[in-house]
Design a protein around this ligand. Sequence first.
Ligand code: CP3
Length: 341
Amino acid sequence: MLKNDLILRTLRGEPTERTPVWMMRQAGRYLPQYMVLREKYGFFERCQTPELACEITIQPIDIVGVDAAILFSDILVVPQAMGLEVQLIETKGPVLPDPIKTTNDLSRVRIPDVDETLGYVFDAIRLIKQELNERVPLIGFAGAPWTLLCYMVQGKGSKTFDEAKAFCYTQPVLAHQLLQMITDTTIAYLQGQVKAGADLVQIFDSWGGLLSKKDFEDFSLRYIRQIVAALKDTVPTIIFAKGAWHSLEAMAATGAQGLGIDWCIEAPVARQFAGGQVTLQGNFDPAKLLSPVKVIEQETKEMLAAFGPGRHIANLGHGILPNVPVDHARAFVDAVKNYRH
Ligand code: CP3
């Protein structure tokens, strides 16, 4: 039995004594303890070694006191398992040297056996669950098919992902074939995470906001809907589609228990769009964690008041930045934990 199940109760819409809190990218470069391991091991080595993934996953629980752990891994392990080479270059971020552009390229992509290709993730989850010893829930995750397509086609990070969009708009049949292959892989992958012990899962659609409402439905949400449906009898799902505020109502209708929002939409407006049956997660501007601690405390209280009691998980509106002082991250978490509605 979990000792702290605030997040799970909040996702079920049950009342809780306080608002729960975690931070996207909480296991990462702002922590000096992470940087020590980063010096010694390569990025995918850290992901693929269960002991390292476990240690990094638990660091923010011990250091900043968040109410959930999130598996240390990356969304790009899925394209890797599907047969694409993925490199993580320190100054450039992810690079896929042979991106998908044509029908011929698609023949290099496969729907893998996830136990064979991603079994190291399931091993890590089993180890983390053991080490957490029921202290807090463990969040599993995957990238949304659209966001993974962005990297698989563009071959690197981008502000606009124009090549990925052009691929979808000019070769829609091929794009939908690729999206369905990613979806099938992701369903098996997340089911494997749940079987290994993940208590809830989050789908990261970091680039959902690059699409119009109509294109988001066509190239993203219809695949997310399949993933949510496949998990519905297992654990709660949170969809975080950054910037896709226009589709909050449609996302709530998938049956997902939680929806992540960024800082560009106000809490009452998001609530109005999403309706009363879903839990909202967010939405502190990650750059605000660079402000003085007093400002962080004040603005965190204002955020909590704006969401009101219940059906809210406090989080940032996107991942924590590497240059945030640990004290400031802790000030955010403590401000949530000390607040009472
Ligand atoms: O949240 C966590 O603490 C768990 C681990 C996690 C990582 N990546 C570790 C990571 C999670 C949930 C992710 C998700 C992820 N990865 C997303 C979706 C969320 C988002 O931020 O939008 C995306 C788009 C990626 C792809 C990716 N991985 C990028 C663009 C980069 C480079 C830029 C960056 O933020 O560093 C990565 C590398 C990465 N993934 C690091 C970590 C800790 C940094 C690696 C390092 O330099 O040590």
